[in-house]
Design a binder for this molecule. Structure first.
Ligand SMILES: Cc1cc2nc3c(=O)[nH]c(=O)nc-3n(C[C@H](O)[C@H](O)[C@H](O)COP(=O)(O)OP(=O)(O)OC[C@H]3O[C@@H](n4cnc5c(N)ncnc54)[C@H](O)[C@@H]3O)c2cc1C
Length: 222
């Protein structure tokens, strides 16, 4: 299996950093090929505009999706976007490792998605949802939170974590055809004991050793 891990945390010694290393080591140890995008280390540029393209369709008025369609036709994506597109196209399993920020993605990862999920190359025409470009590939969000599990229940203080993740799981991943695996949720790693954190890392590794046998989940509707 080819696995692609996108990691969004600025501190290598963070818990997210530990999750990222466990995923790489476990998947490689199980004989899979792994490519990564460590967005902060790469200094990935998250700003989406003409810098996404080497080609130009309309020099007078910038419309991102029109430029994306044109770049798809002429091979006109900027090298940093093209490199990420190729990693997505190469992989069978894509994992996003990130801390929940304001009920969503850290900006660097949101910007990665804004730039890389290009119209034409990753969706469009008749290719959406179950007929999407990435049909048959699997994606998994590996998320840490600041709040404990108790506040992420339906009707709870922060509400249902699955509803919070739906814009990502449905609006980006399922929209472009990915089969979505259950998110890997580690609640409040900063608030628990070292033993509990070690247990979370171990259970992540155990899950990944058997990931090929997992079935996708329903991401839910609105
Ligand atoms: C801008 C912003 C917005 C946020 N929005 C939200 C939000 O909407 N909802 C929410 O719930 N939270 C939110 N948070 C909090 C954030 O989600 C958490 O702080 C984050 O998920 C914790 O993960 P971390 O990797 O940064 O933890 P860290 O603080 O890096 O790690 C936690 C502990 O794990 C230890 N550790 C590291 N490696 C290991 C290892 N190998 N074994 C054992 N222990 C280890 C660290 O030393 C540390 O003590 C927000 C934070 C910011 C900055």
């Amino acid at each position: 299996m080819n696995a692609f891990i996108i990691y969004a945390h600025a501190e290598p010694k963070s818990f997210n950093g530990a999750m990222f290393r466990v995923a790489q080591d476990t998947l490689r140890g199980a004989g899979h090929s792994v490519q990564v995008s460590d967005l902060y280390s790469m200094r990935f540029d998250p700003v989406s505009d003409r810098r996404n393209f080497a080609s130009v369709k309309d020099a007078e008025f910038f419309k991102q999706q029109i430029e994306e369609l044109h770049a798809t036709e002429v091979g006109g994506f900027a090298p940093d976007v093209e490199a990420e597109l190729r990693k997505m196209e190469w992989c069978d399993l894509m994992i996003w490792q990130f801390p929940l920020w304001w009920f969503g993605l850290p900006g660097i990862l949101k910007g990665w998605a804004d730039r890389v999920f290009a119209m034409g190359r990753t969706y469009g025409g008749e290719r959406f949802y179950e007929n999407g470009v990435f049909k048959g590939k699997r994606a998994l969000l590996s998320v840490t939170t600041g709040g404990p599990e108790a506040v992420y229940q339906k009707g709870g203080w922060n509400g249902d974590i699955h509803a919070i993740l739906r814009p990502i799981q449905r609006g980006i991943l399922r929209f472009t055809g990915w089969d979505v695996l259950a998110p890997n949720l580690v609640y409040a790693p900063v608030r628990v004991s070292d033993e509990e954190r070690q247990a979370s890392l171990k259970s992540w590794a155990a899950r990944l050793r058997n990931i090929e046998n997992e079935q996708p989940v329903e991401v839910g509707e609105y």
